[in-house]
Design a protein. Sequence first.
Length: 137
Amino acid sequence: MRKLRCLGDSGQQSCGRSLCPPETRHQALRVRIRAFVEHNLADPRLSPAVIAVHHHISVRYLHLLFQRPETTLMTWIRQRRLESCRADLADPRLRARSIQDIAARWGFTHATDFSRSFRRAYGMPPKDYRHSVLDAP
């Protein structure tokens, strides 16, 4: 990934240097972390600790970077995983793949946890969703 440059400087300083405003550095780090999460979404070991170690920051600082009133970092990761599962469940090419395999593919290690989360997010169990999408006239 190429280095982000600060606006207003002569292009000589990267955002890793202290001449950039803190918010610019924070935003650049959030972009790198989001890309890392998207790339590793399927890994069930993906956790705040793993993300923090990879980016050489503390877990506390990681949570501060992603502090938003509407969601937490792990809630966002779970939502992204659920969206990926939902897309796979609706894909006719993956009809032969079991729901548990799809859930595991996106980092859900427990079928009941996945099913409960999917139902909470989409209002129906994954099996019903798959049938409603793939078996619709």
